[in-house]
Design a protein around this ligand. Structure first.
Ligand SMILES: NC(=O)c1ccc[n+]([C@@H]2O[C@H](COP(=O)([O-])OP(=O)(O)OC[C@H]3O[C@@H](n4cnc5c(N)ncnc54)[C@H](OP(=O)(O)O)[C@@H]3O)[C@@H](O)[C@H]2O)c1
Length: 322
């Protein structure tokens, strides 16, 4: 597994970041432990989690299984509840307790909120860093202007700045190609991407005009059935391309995300060790420029804003700040 530089930070991490959102949800503690051990044995030290996953249960499981090897990992978690100063200070302490550690390596604001106060947020994150509770800071799901504005405020006051932006990116959800990715190149921001597999749609598990398996995440997720219908032709071409190139669809989907020069580390979410064993192989495969273009063009190249949470509305919000 290749090591990559994390944007402007003097820090190297594994190119693959392990997403743990399914720990305690679709995989129990024992399987989570096997996944984490396999990741470490295969050179993956970058781990992503969040306080809200499983309402704290995911952090608790990670805390238990990481305990004696915490320092081997570059651990990221995210703020839960509010993003005012008081809530951030409470949230980091609760996360550290659940994770059974004194510090995380990277602490992120999970989502922007209406009427948020970027100055208060950056000042508080600076305080969290100065207290040694995190080494670096970043955010997730920010519009590009808000990322730049927050860092500008922090620079003026000589506070710590965001080094990482965690965003949703896959062949179908491409909204960040406008503004966010060009900004990341210009400002040397580490981009970590979640949902590389479009919640599993790009793994071959779901097929157009076939019932959605009732043991999958897509069974209760409206996006899978909507995308299957809307992108039917592209999805079938994509599966065929993977087959013709000796790859599984999941490996092709990850190879496509990591090919972008703006992407630092794709976050790979798994719910079993088998899935990780399959997906990790994508990091040994490089699409040629021609293959990349071919796969990109299988889906409508117009930028899509569809994304989880409230991203679409937040980008248009005229009173996001206080
Ligand atoms: N910052 C944010 O707002 C945010 C939001 C979401 C996620 N994240 C982070 O990003 C990570 C990944 O996100 P995600 O899990 O939503 O998206 P994803 O990577 O697109 O989808 C992961 C799902 O795909 C299926 N899968 C994975 N590998 C597979 C394989 N090799 N073969 C077949 N199926 C496979 C599994 O579904 P089944 O369980 O159905 O088998 C798995 O749960 C999370 O763990 C989390 O760390 C961040």
């Amino acid at each position: 597994m290749k090591l990559v530089k994390l944007g402007s930070a003097e820090e190297q991490v594994s190119e693959m970041c392990l997403g743990t959102m399914m720990f305690g949800r679709r995989c129990d503690k024992k399987e989570s432990d096997r996944i984490l051990s396999f990741a470490l044995d295969n050179g993956i030290n970058f781990v992503d989690t969040a306080a809200m996953y499983g309402e704290g249960e995911t952090e608790k499981i990670l805390g238990r299984i990481m305990k004696n090897r915490r320092k081997k990992f570059f651990l990221t978690t995210k703020v839960h509840k509010g993003i005012d100063g008081k809530s951030i200070l409470a949230s980091i302490d609760e996360s550290l307790k659940r994770l059974q550690t004194d510090y995380v390596d990277l602490y992120l604001i999970h989502w922007p909120r209406e009427r948020m106060n970027p100055e208060e947020i950056m000042e508080t994150l600076n305080e969290v860093t100065e207290k040694g509770k995190t080494r670096f800071i970043g955010c997730s799901n920010y519009p590009a202007w808000l990322f730049a504005y927050s860092n500008c405020l922090a620079k003026l006051r000589r506070w710590k700045t965001f080094i990482n932006h965690q965003v949703c990116y896959n062949l179908i959800e491409r909204g960040i190609e406008v503004e966010v990715l060009p900004q990341a190149i210009a400002e040397n921001i580490a981009i970590t991407t979640y949902r590389s597999l479009a919640i599993g749609l790009l793994t071959g598990k779901y097929k157009p005009e076939q019932p959605i398996p009732n043991d999958s995440r897509g069974y209760n997720d409206w996006r899978i059935s909507t995308w299957l219908e809307r992108y039917k032709i592209g999805i079938l071409k994509f599966f065929q391309f993977a087959k013709d190139h000796g790859l599984t669809p999941a490996q092709l989907a990850i190879s496509w995300v990591r090919k972008s020069s703006a992407v630092t580390c794709p976050i790979i979410g798994v719910s079993s060790l088998n899935q990780l064993e399959e997906s990790i192989k994508a990091f040994d495969f490089n699409l040629s420029d021609q293959e990349y273009k071919e796969v990109t063009d299988m889906f409508d190249t117009g930028v899509k804003e569809e994304s989880g949470g409230d991203y679409k509305n937040l980008r248009r919000h005229l009173s996001l700040l206080k």
